[in-house]
Design a protein around this ligand. Structure first.
Ligand code: 13P
Ligand code: SF4
Length: 314
């Protein structure tokens, strides 16, 4: 029966056995629990995981991340089963851009190039000319000829950051990440007063007021590279704290302080990413469910801007 696990089972050994038996590849995002990151074949940011999905020769993909990431893997591998630990692991950016509303919004900008951040549904990707992630967004925006107008969706904060970086005037869809939007400028500044040597590093999904204080802004993989190469001893990390597991592995001698959020629970974890557990990862490998599906006609259209992004990111 799906969902029941024998008590006393060595889940890690079982996942290993199932991975070989099913010729599966396990992909995990940096925001996953440490034990999931450690057992994955590839752990990375959204771009690295899409690239891993594009080149895999595995017969099954077990994707431990959120729905839009697994959906991208499915679009790239229409003939392979893509299973996820929890089908309910969504994303506030993807949910905040319903395809019907987006389609009506685009009618107002018929001559614009549409760039969508990968954190959106397959249906929104299917309406886009280009997809980007936080790793390649600047490059993707700069690839659009100067004279062309651009619609950027769905993250307004990443969009504003890109406008400041590139000087391009873009029309923004008003979406945001409910986790990054809640990091508190005031509490981050207070934390730095207690740790004056700590550098602030932030994901571009944070609001401008937070990004203004950052010593480095970048995707999860860029933040990781920064702490590895930089010479400071401590960092205030303004992104989901799952990444700190990887930072501690790669630069163990340093100190990482999770940036505080504005909410009363002081909770800066992504509630969607955290739906996944090692138990659910085991179950999806064992039972082959839940599986991510994408309507073939939408998948075919969404593949075009995803492929363009992959080609521009080599
Ligand atoms: P990265 O592509 O930088 O890993 O970001 C994914 C994400 O969901 C950030 O909230
Ligand atoms: Fe979506 Fe934000 Fe969670 Fe990233 S952290 S998956 S953008 S809700």
């Amino acid at each position: 029966m799906h969902g029941s696990i024998d008590v006393g089972l060595d889940l890690f050994a079982e996942i290993e056995r199932l991975r070989q038996e099913k010729k599966a590849v396990i992909l995990a995002h940096f925001y996953q629990e440490g034990e999931i990151q450690d057992i994955a074949d590839h752990v990375g940011d959204s771009l690295a995981l899409a690239q891993a999905a594009a080149r895999t020769d595995a017969e099954m993909i077990a994707f431990s991340g959120v729905h839009f990431m697994a959906e991208t893997a499915k679009i790239l591998n229409p003939d392979k089963p893509v299973v996820v630990p929890d089908l309910e692991a969504g994303c506030s950016l993807a949910d905040g851009c319903p395809p019907e509303l987006f389609s009506r919004f685009l009618e107002r900008y018929p001559d614009h190039v549409v760039i969508s951040y990968i954190n959106c549904s397959a249906a929104v990707k299917a309406m886009s000319d280009l997809i980007c992630t936080s790793s390649n967004a600047e490059k993707i925006v700069r690839s659009v000829p100067e004279e062309k107008g651009i619609v950027f969706a769905p993250d307004q904060h990443l969009g504003r950051y890109l406008i400041r970086k590139t000087g391009r005037d873009m029309v923004l869809w008003p979406g945001s990440c409910e986790v990054h939007e809640l990091f508190s400028e005031k509490k981050i500044v207070q934390l730095r007063l207690h740790h004056p040597d700590a550098k602030i590093i932030a994901h571009p999904e944070c609001v401008e007021a937070v990004l203004r204080h950052a010593d480095h802004v970048g995707s999860t993989s860029s933040l990781l590279r920064f702490v590895e190469e930089d010479d400071a001893e401590s960092y205030i990390v303004a992104t989901e704290p799952g990444i700190i597991h990887q930072m501690r592995k790669r630069a163990p001698e340093k100190r990482y302080l999770p940036a505080p959020s504005d909410s009363t629970c002081a909770c800066n974890e992504c509630p969607y990413m955290r739906k996944n557990t090692i138990e659910k990862l085991y179950l999806c490998l064992r039972d082959g469910i839940p599986e991510v599906t994408v309507e073939p006609e939408i998948a075919e259209r969404a593949l075009v801007p995803i492929r363009r992004m992959l080609d521009l990111s080599r």
